[in-house]
Write a protein that binds this ligand. Sequence first.
Ligand SMILES: NC(=O)c1ccc[n+]([C@@H]2O[C@H](COP(=O)([O-])OP(=O)(O)OC[C@H]3O[C@@H](n4cnc5c(N)ncnc54)[C@H](O)[C@@H]3O)[C@@H](O)[C@H]2O)c1
Length: 330
Amino acid sequence: MIRVMQIGYGYWGNNVAKKLVASNLLELVALVETDEQKRARAKSQLPGEIEILSSYEEMLASPKIDAVVICTQTEYSFEIAMAAMEHGKHIFIEKPVAKNVELARRLITKADEKNLILHCDHLMVYNPVIRYIKRMIDSGEIGDIMYIDISRINLGPIRKDINALLDLAVHDIAVIDYFMDGLTPNELSAYGTKFFGKQETITYLTMKCGDVLININSSWVSPVKTRRMVVAGTKKMLVFDDVKMDDKLTIYDSGIDVVQGNVYGEYEFSTRVGDIHMPHINFEDSLQNSLEHFAGCVEAGKTSQSGPEQCLRVMKVLEWAQESLQNNRQ
Ligand SMILES: NC(=O)c1ccc[n+]([C@@H]2O[C@H](COP(=O)([O-])OP(=O)(O)OC[C@H]3O[C@@H](n4cnc5c(N)ncnc54)[C@H](O)[C@@H]3O)[C@@H](O)[C@H]2O)c1
C-alpha cells in the first residue's frame, strides 16, 4: 500500500478522497484542508483513522507518508508539489500540472533530481472509451484522422485562478496527445471571451497537426452540459458522448469514397452511409484508473502515461494557446 496525504477537500478533492478510501493500492493516511467547515465535513464523511489537518508542513516531513495527492486550486499546487518533493514524496497533482511551461519544467526537474513519480490527473487518458478509441486508431480501423472536434461545456463552475482553456481544454489536449502519441501542432489559434471576472469563460481553440484539424470548444457558460468528441477518419467516424449513461460511443461506417470519373484522371466523390455500431465497453471509473495507474508507477518506479513527458507537451500547447488568446484580444 502506498500511504498518501491528500491536500484540498473542495469540490473535486471530495471525489478523490472517496476513491482513495476505496482503493486497495493507496491508503489515505492524512487529509489537509485550510477551510474549517470543509475540515469538519471531512471528519464526518471519512473514516476516523484518517488524520484531518489544517496545514501540511509537519506531515510532509513524516515517514508515515510516501506520496502527496494535491487537489487545491492550481495557483497553490506548484508550491505544495515542490515542498513535497523536497521531502522525497511522490506527486499526484490535479490538472493542469502548472500555470505555465516554466513552472511545469521546474516540477519535472525536481521530480527527476529526486527520482520521484510525478503524475498529473489527465484522467480522460484513463477513460475506457478513450482507450477503446485509441485501439481503433492504432489498428488503422478508422483510417487516417481528418479532424477531431470536441465540446466540453457546462454552466460553471467559474474559476478565478485559471481560464476555461486551462481548466477544460487541458483534458482534451491530453487525450489528443495520447491518440497521436504526442501532440505537436504546427498551427494554432485561440479566441476567448470574459464576461465574469478576469478569466476567459469561453474559449475556442483550433489547431493543425500535420493534416489533422482539431477544434476544442471549452465553456463555463453553457445552458447544457456537453461532453462530446467527434473523431473523423478516412474509413470510419465516431462520436463519443460522455454525458450519456450508456452507449457512449457510436461508430459510423460512413465517409467519402473517391472513385475514378468518366474522364481519365478526374475523380468523383460519393458519400458512403454504412452501418452504425455501438460497442459494449465495460464501465470503469477514470479517476480510480488514474489513481491506480499512479500507484502502479510508484510501485514499479516507472514513468506515468500522464507524467513529465505528457505534462510538458500539454503545457506547451496550452501556453501557445494562452499567447494566441492574448494576441487575438488586441
Ligand atoms: N481531473 C478532473 O476531472 C478535475 C475536475 C475538477 C477539478 N479538478 C482540479 O482539482 C483542483 C481543485 O478543484 P476544485 O474544484 O476542487 O477547487 P475547490 O476550490 O473547490 O477546492 C480546492 C480546495 O483546496 C483547499 N486548499 C487550498 N490551499 C490549501 C492548502 N495550502 N492546504 C490545504 N487545503 C488547501 C481550499 O480550501 C479548497 O477547499 C483544481 O486543480 C482543478 O483543476 C480536476
